[in-house]
Design a protein around this ligand. Sequence first.
Ligand code: ADP
Ligand code: MG
Length: 548
Amino acid sequence: MRRLDRETVDRIAAGEVVTRPARVVVELVENALDAGATRIDVEVEGDGTERIRVADDGAGMSADDAELAVERHTTSKVPDGDLSAVETLGFRGEALASIADVARLTLTTNDGGPRGTAVRVDGDDVTVESAGRGRGTTVDVSDLFYNRPARKESLAAPATEFERISDRLSAYARLRPAVAVSLDHDGRRVFATPGSGDFADAALSVYGREVARESMAVDAATSVAVGDEDTEVAIRGLLTYPSITRASADHVRIAVNGRPVSVPALRRAIERGYGSLLPGDRHPVVALDISLSPQAVDPNVHPTKETVALRAAEAVAGAVEDAVADTLATADLRRSADVAMDLDAALDPVDSAASTLGDATFVGRFRDCYLLCETDGDLLVIDQHAAHERINYERLRAAVESTGVESAPLDPPATRSLSPGEVAAVESHADELARLGFDCEPFGGGTVRIRAVPAPLGRVADADALEATLAALRDGDVAERRDDLLADLACHPSLKAGDELSDDDAAALIERLGACEQPFACPHGRPTVLAIGEGHLARGFERHPRHG
Ligand code: ADP
Ligand code: MG
């Protein structure tokens, strides 16, 4: 343990460390992780100002170090004051001191010797005595902000402050699955991860069975150019199928080299990786740890270390987007049907998308709405409308990329009166409109003449589709918008529930769905195929399954 020299202290991004109870938890948990803990137990009372206790089984401290640790700018983590080489979560040597400034703090620690040390800081009083404790460290913080009434006043409602704690701690739990993390609130267990190293186990503990079951592992490695050198990027973690989404993006969690951070560009990259699978306004549940060489990361850009600066940020974002898209494309997105039987069974393991529908045999239909197919171990139920949308969408997308959407002439041409902004958009998006199958031009006096409309796959769109298309085009990023437009266009000429299909048509539909790049969700993100495993049926009928 050493004191940082003045110069290093000055280079450290300064700022108030402790602004709310969740910050205390974050700092103490990061210290525990830096100490190599394999388990971290957190107890919180009330909104966290009453009491926060963090116990770890890490390396602990000697009596001398424990005394030094609570002083400002003392750290064991910055060798030679070289901030560029920092690989630990902490490096500023001020968290314990800052907490001790605004709360009563007791640090009990043992670095493996016969007895441990307890350091108690209460205002200016510091007492040190020996204490019994196994290897590891417990930090007990009570009466937070007792001497900062204004700060205490400014806190949100207790439930909100606790939610922040739970939210931050669960991010560490999800992103560091090799560490067993538990949270207790007012004596009640909130969650506890097993520390197995498996991202799915951590997600199970934090979110429960549904999320864990509807998730798949991400494990990708690639190299990106940072300056003149190539550096490896490894992306590991877990993401949910598009069947599990949340209204808030808070469940998309990212760590860079094991440090949970908020990097909006990376979160957006993840969501781009989902492409059209994600229903609008919804967000997936994702935990990804991105490892790259420490030289490519600057953690010292934010007072509370909540974000980091990346060199080659765009290339890294691209790698993340690809990793997510590839994982989703190769995974089988069939949903396990919620068969109305109380079966405590995990989803049967599924094989890759390509073979699943290729091997399917059409066996019948239900209510002119669902097609039933047999595959090796499963009964598949296909929503014919959703499946047709997916097929149309991919065909349209291919068409737009090559020749544009087919269009049908209107004879006589239609006229529509538009707002000045819409008329301007007709001109500025002329190319895009043409590719989407519109032939139109401003006609004076706020009107537009429409000579041709999209006729995707032989069905002619309405002239009114122009207004919707313009609205979408004016709304922002044209490339991104185009996918939404195609999804809507794909919907119009698609089969409806209740449309009768001949056996041949049904078989053709299934075959074409199987040939899709992403067969298991419609362009709006809803599922196209449900699978009912043979095992589910066997258990439901209390038979012994043939296999599995
Ligand atoms: P920093 O983490 O930036 O070094 P802190 O004030 O958080 O600064 O901690 C000061 C020092 O106390 C750390 O460098 C570390 O050596 C020691 N320390 C703090 N918490 C623990 C812990 N849970 N286990 C072992 N050592 C710890
Ligand atoms: Mg620290």
